[in-house]
Design a protein around this ligand. Structure first.
Ligand code: C2E
Ligand code: MG
Ligand code: MG
Length: 534
């Protein structure tokens, strides 16, 4: 029972008690006034019993009063517990907002009404961006506190006649009644996004929490005849996904193509899940070479999907889907473990190669969704690989997004002694601030700059500046996508430390890389370029 209901119930009970006591006194006073006990006593046993009969009469009146009071209270408590059951079944206990069941009822009623009138119903499906990372980093109590603050903001942002509900987790829905044109729903969505734009407080931290909104309107041509509450909610959900894919803090209006998106997304998720269960993912490795003497100093682990029907599928075709569906968290951990086992095994089998480092790509979702620091600790323990044998590659985008939680996890990883690399440097904001503020070890110059090294003076100047900046900050530099001896020569002149590219080797299965190590190990006495294997 809610606090205000409990207060009202207590007040009613006191009222009842006062009323019953008052009535009993009045009845007794009237009885005395009309000498009822005396008359009764005369009627039954004579005068001398009048005083004790008055007392008996008083007690009887009181007893009847108490019986009336108790029975009223009992009826009241039954009614209250029935009401509490109904409330529990229809309202969300955390925010006090209508839940999914009541939302469905109200939406069905609203759709029935618009079949009679000419209006339309709009459904706004709202989902907080990256809410899970708040729960993971600040704990569930902080997450709950944030959800109640969000509910309060939303209550204030929607119109009085609209219904706001919480579907569960970080999903909220607004039903807007009597919407006559799409622009009205858009205005409400804009208002909601604006209300969410102010920062929220989680503990002592001020956080920017954005949300994505999908909008679906009931069918105007058939006066909503085709729509059911379920389809409208599905459509709004699909639109919400479209909004999310366009970046945080956006809204999108449902159109038919989104239905296809949704079906495709479900299918892709199922296929990727099956692929993971059937061990169809594998890692290829690409050597990383010292520019000075062309020795192999490390490898980058790159994910491949060996689809039994389509052959080898490159990561750019499925990593985005793994990220969107959240499967990257499990697949990423698997890749990390596999790579650590492999580097440990190579170190043992080819001791003459010298210290080897394996680089593993980490997606932004891994950083914010799982307790990533704990994952890395566990993997190192399980595989026996040393922390300094591992380098985690993070793209600029990952650090630009949910910075607070991503950096918190990276700090834990850094404390273990794991190396951190910034991948594809130059393709994002190229912000020097995080390179300076955060103890990174390696900077990887994106291949788009390396490609034009020998032909474009500007790109050569950029690479030179980046390498100098990295060295000034004590970072090692890796040039990606080195394909020609001319590019290698340029890099040598610029002073870049390491290189990786088809000039040395394409990414290969572990056995092929082992063959390279065997060759290289035999030649370790004299510097030599890694044999080109394609
Ligand atoms: P990346 O981390 O920048 O990896 C380098 C990419 O450049 C690889 O593409 C590699 O095959 C390619 N490459 C290397 N040398 C050359 C060259 O000389 N010329 C050209 N044109 N390309 C070269 P790949 O394997 O297709 O991977 C693409 C991206 O997919 C990676 O870019 C990385 O961002 C992502 N990725 C790969 N494996 C994983 C993984 O396990 N987890 C995550 N989250 N992302 C991964
Ligand atoms: Mg990489
Ligand atoms: Mg890269």
């Amino acid at each position: 029972m809610r606090k205000q209901d409990r207060g009202a119930s207590r007040r009613r009970a006191i009222g009842d008690l006062v009323a019953v006591a008052g009535c009993s006194v009045v009845v007794f006073a009237l009885a005395l006034h009309f000498q009822l006990p005396h008359r009764l006593a005369q009627h039954s046993a004579g005068d001398n019993g009048a005083t004790s009969d008055a007392a008996v009469f008083f007690l009887a009146t009181l007893a009847i009063g108490l019986i009336v009071f108790t029975s009223r209270r009992w009826r009241e408590s039954v009614r209250e517990s029935e009401q509490a059951d109904v409330h529990r079944a229809l309202y969300d206990p955390l925010t006090g907002l209508p839940n999914r069941i009541l939302l469905n009822q109200r939406l069905t009623e609203a759709l029935a009404r618009v079949r009679q009138d000419d209006g339309r119903v709009a459904v706004l499906f709202l989902d907080l961006d990256r809410f899970k990372s708040i729960n993971d980093n600040y704990g569930h109590a902080a997450g709950d506190h944030l959800l109640t603050s969000v509910a309060d903001r939303l209550r204030a942002a929607v119109r009085g006649e609209d219904l706001l509900a919480r579907l569960g987790g970080d999903e909220f829905v607004v039903i807007c009644h009597e919407v006559t044109y799409t622009g009205e729903a858009e205005t409400i969505a804009e208002r909601v996004l604006l209300a969410m734009a102010h920062p929220f407080f989680v503990g002592d931290d001020e956080l920017a929490i954005s949300s994505s909104i999908g909008i679906a309107l009931s069918d105007s041509t058939t006066r909503g005849r085709r729509d059911s509450a379920e389809t409208l909610l599905h459509d709004a959900d699909a639109a919400m996904y479209r909004a999310k894919s366009q970046g945080p803090g956006r809204f999108a209006i449902f159109d038919r193509t989104m239905k296809v998106d949704r079906v495709n997304r479900d299918k892709v998720e199922e296929r990727l899940r099956d692929a993971f269960d059937n061990d169809e993912f594998t890692l290829h490795y690409q050597p990383i070479i010292s520019v000075a003497d062309e020795r192999i100093v490390g490898v980058e682990a790159l994910l491949r999907w060996e689809d039994p029907h389509r052959g080898t599928i490159p990561p750019l075709e499925f990593v985005p889907e793994l990220e969107e569906t959240g499967l990257i968290v499990a697949v990423g951990e698997w890749a990390l473990e596999q790579a650590c086992r492999q580097v440990k095994a190579w170190g043992k089998a080819y001791p003459r190669i010298g210290p080897l480092r394996v680089s593993v790509n980490v997606s932004p979702r891994q950083l914010v969704q799982a307790r990533f620091g704990d994952v890395v600790t566990r993997v190192l323990q399980r595989t026996g690989a040393r922390a300094d044998q591992l380098c985690l590659e993070i793209t600029e985008a990952a650090l630009m997004g949910d910075v607070v939680s991503a950096w918190a996890e990276l700090r834990k990883v850094k404390a273990l002694g794991v190396n951190l690399a910034i991948d594809d440097f130059g393709t994002g904001y190229s912000s020097v601030s995080y390179v300076r503020n955060f103890a990174l070890d390696v900077l990887k110059v994106d291949q788009s700059f390396v490609r034009a090294l020998s032909s474009c003076v500007e790109d050569a100047a950029i690479v030179k500046a980046v390498v100098h900046m990295a060295h000034a900050l004590s970072l090692q530099t890796v040039a990606e996508g080195v394909e020609t001896p001319e590019q290698l020569q340029e890099l040598r002149e610029i002073g870049c430390d390491l290189a990786q590219g088809y000039l040395f080797s394409r990414p290969q299965a572990a056995e092929m890389i082992a063959a390279l190590f065997a060759q290289e190990g035999g030649r370790r006495s004299r510097p030599a370029r890694a044999a080109k294997v394609s």
